[in-house]
Design a protein around this ligand. Structure first.
Ligand code: NOJ
Length: 745
């Protein structure tokens, strides 16, 4: 009876008086009050996360015994309510489960993959998308998502490049914060889904672009490049964090106390909980860092990892480790506090259950689909255009829709879409027929049925069909399965017969418009040569079809910019815009390997930092993207040229729309610190703005930069601004624009 009353009061969140504690509604008091009543086994149970599929009696038995704090991999509301009922009504203390899932770029309504979302350079839109995901997922019982992934990635061979925001620290931080805000919501309510920033840390720097591989990032580079997005998200209130699989400089992240205890909690004051990645505690045995799972558990808990995802290390060994004095009771108590704090913060004690009726109702709302469409429009990058785009409906009478991605409802959703339903996907073929079928005749001949296919007959059919059309719209790319976790490549050109098909279509003499849907930046030299325009859509999600159709026919204007450098070939990797200044920068006068004979008097092919066989430049630099008009930039100007370390710098530029179509331009603000106590990047993004410009209009755009934002970890490993000379650029991408100088005293 007393137990029942206790639960009732707990769920109502009202004042509760027990023998041991005063339960006053305050988060910390509630945590302490509950902790006081827990047995060691119940404490360890809160640190244990279990994967379930369907209602399993063994799992339910563990929950009843207080041996499970969280579950993952189930999202049927009825099943989840049953599990929750066992935890809340049949276990001794009635502590609710925190139910988790990988909701990475949408739950049912799928948005572009995170790399595509980063190409929007539109954090408000990204926040909106994360909110849609949270509303849909929480209605189905998911209160914790393993997103955003904040791994800086500079190697497109790495399959998980699809899941992050690309190569730049600032853009990654801005997009991460937007997602955290969107998932968790402004005020915590039943639609709040706890965010989990991952993977802590340097996972994206896997050697050779091979997943799970070792990394060797120095502490300074961690602090200057890899950690700031995590810090920004922690400051924005991210409730949880996941450690990564990799070892960095020989230490697996899941056993790295410096990172978790010292930096995350000590320096940044993180008060949420830390979860391991899937079996990453156990994998310290594979790493040769622990002799067995017990030792791995000891290393993880002492490093500050609160929850064990599927290693069974805590549930099997923590009690013994405490008995042996290898893990202190205080360490376990702190981990339990961290987990309980988030459960209270999310309101799980008050509202542990889901309204099963509501679950279906909120999915695929018109607002959600519209947000997904706009996201797919803004994430598409126009890479090349010889003038064929946008298509002029009054001149084009017949289009050929072709290619393996023209009607690939599953594959255009991209990686990590456990819950996305292809039946709801609008493909380019469907969208072109529905939206423009009345204006133009649409012929469909896929050529290849999937992206890795070799099929000469199919190509021949597509070529035949092309001859009957005025324009060829070819949808190429990578199937969803070609990127994502563990799906890495050494060759990042289009697979199967796609190049052959593009070449054959181009040879018909018809204009070829390529739309590429992929999980990574691909090598596109061949495609550029054999097409008239390229729109790069990454994997654009549920509403990718209407988005690209409207871009092609000019009802929308391209505004996306590359969130990552596109290499000319695999040999250039890693190539990223914000590399450090070298002692022999490329100066453009070098001779390429095939420029023979040598110029008169020349004795070498050059002595600077470049590749003899592919220059120094990438195919497309970071921040690049065309639109259907020309945007002209004035030289930037600064309000003054000298600043103190606590000042705010103001700079501005004028942009003019020199064409006859409206555009939305993403202006980018870059800075170079000319001399540092350690070498500094040639450029660093410090801000960006999306601005609408009408035809013929000139708009003045201003940027503000607190001088403190120029600080970095220098030779003494302390974060500060180093006075001296700087340059700034305001430009349409990372490779253009003229700099102005300023000085910090
Ligand atoms: C492993 C992945 O690395 C991680 O990102 C994901 O959240 C977990 N599996 C759970 O599915």
């Amino acid at each position: 009876m007393i137990k029942y009353l206790y639960r009732l009061l707990l769920m109502a969140g009202v004042v509760f008086i027990s023998v041991t504690s005063v339960f006053a509604g305050n988060e910390e008091d509630r945590v302490e009050a509950l902790l006081q009543q827990m047995t060691l086994q119940e404490k360890i149970g809160q640190l244990n996360q279990l994967s379930v599929g369907g209602f399993d009696q063994n799992a339910a038995g563990m929950m009843r015994a207080g041996m499970v704090g969280s579950i993952l991999n189930e999202c049927n509301p009825k099943v989840l309510n049953r599990y929750q009922k066992v935890a809340v009504e049949e276990s001794r203390l009635g502590i609710p489960l925190i139910i988790s899932r990988d909701v990475i770029h949408g739950f049912k309504t799928i948005f572009p993959i995170p790399l595509g979302l980063a190409a929007t350079f539109d954090p408000e839109l990204v926040e909106k998308g994360a909110r849609v995901a949270a509303v849909e997922a929480t209605a189905n019982g998911i209160r914790w998502t393993f997103s955003p992934m904040l791994d800086i990635a500079r190697d497109p061979r790495w399959g998980r490049i699809a899941e992050g925001s690309g190569e730049d620290t600032y853009l990654d931080a801005v997009m991460g914060v937007a997602m955290v805000k969107g998932y968790q919501g402004e005020a915590i309510d039943q639609t709040s889904m706890a965010a989990c920033v991952k993977h802590f840390v340097a996972y994206g720097a896997a050697e050779g672009g091979r997943d799970y591989n070792s990394t060797g990032i120095t502490e300074r580079t961690l602090r200057n490049v890899y950690l700031p997005p995590f810090e920004a998200c922690v400051k924005a209130g991210a409730m949880t964090l996941m450690t990564s699989f990799n070892d960095n400089d020989g230490i697996p992240s899941t056993g790295n106390g410096f990172l978790v205890n010292d930096v995350l909690r000590g320096e940044w004051g993180f008060d949420g909980f830390v979860v391991s990645d899937w079996a990453s505690i156990y994998e310290m045995v594979n790493h040769g860092f622990a002799e067995d799972n017990k030792r791995a558990g000891e290393l993880a808990i002492n490093a500050g990892v609160d929850m064990d995802m599927m290693s069974y290390a805590y549930i099997s060994h923590l009690e013994e480790l405490i008995g042996e004095g290898k893990v202190s009771m205080e360490t376990v108590d702190n981990a339990v506090r961290n987990v309980l704090r988030i459960k209270f913060r999310l309101g799980l004690f008050e509202n542990p259950y889901i309204d099963e009726q509501r679950a279906e109702e909120v999915l695929y709302s018109p607002e959600a689909l519209e947000a997904a469409r706009v996201s797919a429009v803004e994430s598409a990058v126009l890479l090349t255009n010889d003038g064929v785009l946008p298509l002029d409906k009054s001149k084009v009478t017949t289009v050929l829709v072709t290619g393996p991605m023209a009607n690939a409802p599953h594959d255009q959703l991209g990686t990590w879409t456990f819950d996305g339903e292809p039946a709801h996907t609008v493909t380019p073929l469907k969208a072109i027929r529905d939206l423009y079928g009345k204006d133009v005749k649409v012929i469909y001949e896929p050529g290849l049925t999937f992206t890795r296919e070799f099929n000469e007959d199919g190509i021949a059919k597509a070529v035949k069909a092309a001859r009957k059309a005025d324009v060829v719209l070819a949808f190429m790319g990578e199937e969803a399965i070609m990127s994502g976790e563990a799906h890495c490549l050494t060759d990042i050109t289009l697979k199967g017969d796609q190049r052959k098909m593009i070449e054959a279509l181009h040879a018909t003499g018809r204009p070829v418009v390529l739309n590429i849907m992929a999980g990574r930046p691909l090598v596109l030299d061949f495609e550029i040569e054999h097409s008239d325009a390229i729109i790069y859509s990454f994997h654009p999600g549920t509403m990718g079809g209407p988005a690209v159709a409207q871009l092609i026919f000019g009802d929308e204007t391209p505004s996306g910019k590359t969130p990552i450098t596109f290499p000319k070939n695999v040999g250039q990797i890693p190539i990223y815009y914000n590399h450090n200044m070298t002692g022999r920068p490329y100066n453009g006068t070098e001779t390429m390997l095939y420029d023979i004979p040598l110029r008169a008097g020349q004795t070498s092919l050059g002595n600077t930092s470049y590749w003899l066989d592919s220059t120094f430049e990438p195919e497309f630099p970071f921040g690049y993207g065309l639109t259907y008009t020309t945007i002209e930039y004035s030289e930037p100007s600064v309000e003054k040229t000298e600043y103190g370390v606590n000042d705010v710098l103001r700079a501005s530029v004028e942009i003019t729309n020199a064409g006859d179509r409206e555009a939305e331009e993403v202006l980018q603000f870059y800075v170079r610190d000319m001399v540092g106590s350690v070498t500094r990047p040639v450029k660093e993004l410090k801000g960006f703005k999306r601005v609408k410009v009408a035809p013929g209009e000139t708009v003045k755009v201003e940027f503000e930069l607190p001088v403190q934002d120029l600080s970095f970890y220098g030779i003494d490993m302390k974060k500060k601004v180093e006075p001296g000379k700087f340059r700034l650029w305001i430009a349409g991408d990372s490779a253009s624009g003229k700099p102005v100088e300023f000085e910090v005293e």
